[in-house]
Design a protein around this ligand. Structure first.
Ligand SMILES: C[S@@+](CC[C@H](N)C(=O)[O-])C[C@H]1O[C@@H](n2cnc3c(N)ncnc32)[C@H](O)[C@@H]1O
Length: 280
């Protein structure tokens, strides 16, 4: 990827094992995160004729859903393995989506968008105010921004339950500061509102959106635990644990998840913000 080095750490992260984990298990992530697609597109007012920018598009599900509504879509991400999936799906489904491998914080977008959307793809910027100011520039006056981001970890059962089960066995993981780039960087509503206002957006609103999800997208209990262990959170908790300790921690996570097993998979509560704003 050419251009600036504003987010080198995240570029490396999403082109490394975590990016491949998301690409390899795209079906699981898309099944798990399906409840967030329509709410984001509806909040942005995406319909036929919309000119949409999907930020942090990953494997591309949100942008494809916008294209299916008749929007013209550009999808941007820093992750080569996930963009490869996004491109392949769009081609297979006959959707003319433009894909950009670029850092949304600094990329000079051609402009002309009237909707900027994201499903969990905007919490990773080193300089969020600069990034959202850049996205505001990509929007036409009156254009709408809508994205979904996680509220705090304790409110997200799908994280808190396995984490609390593993904690006594492996000890507290090495955690970055709360506002460092990462999935939970936008947990604080006041921080999100401050960032978007400072970036030039108006009518900023954070609405709690709390659908249940199927952890791992509808797997059985053992596969769900294996999926967790392979992902970013599992790796963080198990880093440094020897094999026996890791096995005990995962057994504890399995036991804690058991009450959430349903015929459809491991069903757990989420807490997110559905954030909307306008480019004046
Ligand atoms: C949690 S994943 C979500 C992927 C996708 N939106 C979905 O819902 O499946 C976060 C995505 O943001 C992307 N990302 C992180 N920082 C970025 C940046 N500065 N510019 C563009 N994409 C970025 C990552 O590569 C990753 O694909």
């Amino acid at each position: 990827m050419s251009g600036s080095h504003a987010n080198d750490d995240q570029v490396a992260y999403w082109n490394g094992p975590e990016g491949h984990h998301w690409a390899d298990h795209e079906d699981r992530f898309d099944a798990m995160l399906a409840p967030f697609v329509a709410p984001v597109l509806d909040a942005a007012g995406v319909d036929a004729g919309s000119r949409v920018l999907d930020v942090g598009c990953g494997n591309g599900a949100l942008g494809r859903a916008a294209a299916v509504r008749g929007a013209s879509v550009t999808a941007v991400d820093v992750s080569a393995p996930m963009l490869a999936r996004a491109r392949a799906h769009a081609a297979a489904e006959g959707l003319a989506i433009e894909h950009l491998e670029a850092d949304a914080q600094v990329h000079a977008f051609a402009g002309g968008f009237d909707r900027v959307v994201s499903r969990f793809g905007v919490m990773f910027f080193a300089d969020p105010v600069a990034a959202f100011a850049n996205l505001a520039r990509a929007l036409e006056p009156g254009g709408r921004l809508a994205f979904v981001c996680w509220q705090g970890q304790p409110l997200n059962e799908w994280v808190a339950v396995p984490a609390l089960a593993m904690l006594p066995i492996v000890g507290p993981p090495d955690m970055p500061p709360a506002d460092a780039p990462g999935p939970f960087a936008f947990a604080d509503q006041a921080r999100v509102e401050g960032i978007l206002s400072a970036a030039g957006f108006t009518d900023v609103a954070c609405e709690a959106h709390t659908p249940a999800v199927l952890l791992g997208g509808g797997l059985g209990l053992d596969d769900t635990v294996a999926f967790l262990a392979e992902g970013g959170m599992g790796k963080r908790f198990l880093a440094g644990a020897d094999e026996a300790t890791a096995a005990r921690a995962l057994a504890a996570a399995r036991e804690a998840l058991e009450p959430f097993v349903t015929p459809h998979g491991v069903r757990m509560a989420t807490a997110t913000w559905l954030v909307t704003a306008t480019r004046p």
